[in-house]
Unconditional design. Structure first.
Length: 215
């Protein structure tokens, strides 16, 4: 298989002070990326973050900076501590690629899948890009992220089966809570956010997340 290398991103992607718009590259019908090809593309271009939308376009995003990486680590640490105690499912970090029912390939910043749904996958499906939408997803807005891009992504998760989603925006100190069948609820500077009833006993402490300036 031919190696695909990304050499540059356009300098015009900076639209305004709301962040950097991800670049979408139309591949079809000339190129079809299966899981192996997608993985090779990511391996050959470690300085880029890739996803693929439901239209089959390759989405190239800006890398995450230090503060956002630190915030994401705090998210994963808290989710992981809850997981170790309850063991009701499987937790995943941002390096995990899921293939959603609409064929989009997405990598939430943090996610969780209930044991019953995870165990229904074959071992091969679990080893590769799991063909499943997580039950719970978290997207953490970094300074380079445009808010409307993330809200669209959260809506996509719900449309594909997610039962709970949190869009955490440290810049505005807000948490957008998404649940099926209802409008998102925006919490302003909440000290914590509860995952009940989907995640019994899990409460995210947002103190550290909102303590870092992202101006």
């Amino acid at each position: 298989m031919a190696t695909v290398t990304i050499n540059a991103v356009p300098s015009t992607t900076l639209a305004d002070n709301d962040g950097i718009a991800p670049m979408a590259v139309r591949l079809a019908p000339l190129i079809q990326l299966d899981d192996q090809a997608f993985m090779q593309l990511a391996d050959q271009n470690p300085d880029y973050r890739f996803e693929q939308n439901s239209a089959g376009e390759l989405v190239i995003m800006a890398p995450t900076g230090g503060d956002s990486g630190n915030q994401n680590f705090d998210l994963l640490l808290q989710l992981g501590m809850w997981h170790k105690k309850h063991k009701l499912g499987k937790c995943f970090d941002s390096s995990t690629m899921f293939v959603l029912p609409n064929r989009a390939r997405r990598s939430p910043d943090a996610s969780w899948v209930a044991n019953s749904r995870w165990n229904a996958l074959t071992k091969e499906q679990q080893r590769s890009f799991p063909p499943i939408c997580p039950d719970f997803v978290i997207e953490l807005r970094s300074p380079s992220d445009q808010l409307h891009v993330l809200t669209d992504k959260m809506a996509e998760y719900l449309a594909n089966g997610a039962q709970l989603g949190w869009l955490i925006d440290p810049r505005n100190k807000t948490v957008h809570v998404y649940r099926p069948g209802s409008e998102p609820v925006i919490l302003q500077s909440p000290p914590s956010v509860s995952g009940e009833p989907l995640l019994p006993g899990f409460t995210l402490d947002t103190t550290e997340l909102f303590s870092i300036s992202v101006e």
